[in-house]
Design a protein around this ligand. Structure first.
Ligand code: NAP
Length: 239
C-alpha cells in the first residue's frame, strides 16, 4: 500500500513507524513550519502542496493508494484541503485525530483566539504555539508565551518568550506557573498527552483556563481516534 501520511504530530510519527513495520510504503508530509522537526520513519516530503488543486496533482502523480490525515486537530485548512482533494482524485481518505482533553466545567470554552484575547487579563500563560500569537498583540495583559520557535508576527507589548518543546511534566508546570504568578492559562483543546500537565497544574493552583474549542471536521469524512484504528483501516484498504 502506498500511503501519503499528512503529519506534524506524535500520532503521525507513530503511524509512520507502524505502517512501515506492517509493510506499507509510507511518505510523510510535513508543512515545514519548524526548522528542526522531529522526523518520522520512512520517506519524508516537506512543504505545502499548493492548495486543493496542487494536492490533487500530487496524489495523481505519486500513485498513492490512500491518504491518512494525521495533522494537528487545529490544522483545519490542511484537513479541509485533504478531504476535498481525495474526493476529487478518488483516493481513500482517513482522518486520524486524537480525542480532546476531558472537559472540566470550570474551563471557559471560546470559539477562537479573538474571543480568548478578549477574555484574558492579568498574568497570562499563552500555550497556543506561535502562529496565532498576533491575535493577542492588542491586549494590555502580561503574557508568558511558550512556543517551539519565536512567533512570526506582532506580539503583546508585555510579554516573556519561553522557547521550549514538550513533553512538560507536572512539577515543572507547577514551578513555572508559580514562579511567573500566572492567573490565566490559554490553550487550544489539542488533546495531547505531552502538554496535558499544565491543565492539572492550573487546577491545583486555581488558575483560570480559557480553552479554544476544536474546529469541526469536514462533513462526511471518515475519522478514527487511535493509531491502532488507523492501522486497521489501512489493513482493510490494502489488497
Ligand atoms: P493549516 O493552517 O491547516 O495549513 C495551512 C497550509 O499549510 C495548508 O493549506 C498546506 O499548504 C500547508 N500544510 C499544512 N500541513 C501540511 C502538511 N502536513 N504537509 C504539507 N503541507 C501542509 O496547518 P497549520 O495549523 O499551520 O499546521 C501546519 C503543520 O503543523 C501541520 O502539519 C500540523 O500537523 C502541525 N502542527 C500544527 C499545530 C497547530 O496548532 N495548528 C500544532 C502542532 C503541529 P498548501 O495549501 O500549500 O498545501
Amino acid at each position: 500500500m502506498r500511503l501519503l501520511l499528512l503529519g506534524g504530530t506524535a500520532e503521525a510519527r507513530e503511524l509512520a513507524a507502524a505502517g512501515v513495520a506492517a509493510g506499507h510504503q509510507v511518505t510523510s508530509s510535513l508543512a515545514g513550519r519548524v526548522a528542526d522537526p522531529l522526523l518520522p520513519v520512512g520517506e519524508v516530503r516537506v512543504g505545502g502542496f499548493g492548495g486543493v488543486a496542487g494536492l490533487v496533482e500530487h496524489l495523481e502523480g505519486g500513485g498513492y493508494d490512500a491518504v491518512v490525515d494525521a495533522t494537528h486537530p487545529f490544522a483545519a485548512t490542511m484537513t479541509d484541503h485533504a478531504a476535498r482533494a481525495c474526493a476529487s482524485a478518488g483516493v481513500p481518505h482517513l482522518v486520524l485525530r486524537r480525542p480532546g482533553w476531558p472537559l472540566d466545567p470550570a474551563y471557559e470554552l471560546v470559539a477562537d483566539h479573538a474571543a480568548a484575547a478578549r477574555a484574558v487579563s492579568g498574568r497570562v500563560f499563552l500555550t497556543i504555539g506561535r502562529q496565532e500569537v498576533a491575535a493577542y498583540a492588542g491586549s494590555e495583559a502580561w503574557f508568558l508565551i511558550r512556543a517551539i520557535e519565536p512567533p512570526p508576527g506582532p506580539v503583546p507589548g508585555h510579554h516573556e518568550l519561553l522557547l521550549a518543546r514538550g513533553p512538560f511534566g507536572l512539577e515543572d508546570e507547577l514551578a513555572l506557573m508559580r514562579d511567573r504568578s500566572i492567573e490565566v492559562l490559554v490553550t487550544k483543546d489539542s488533546g495531547s498527552p505531552a502538554t496535558e500537565a499544565k491543565l492539572e497544574a492550573a487546577r491545583m493552583l486555581g488558575v483560570r483556563v480559557v480553552m479554544i474549542a476544536r474546529p469541526r471536521l469536514p462533513v462526511g469524512v471518515e475519522a478514527v481516534e487511535t493509531v491502532d484504528a488507523a492501522l486497521d483501516w489501512l489493513a482493510r484498504h490494502s489488497g
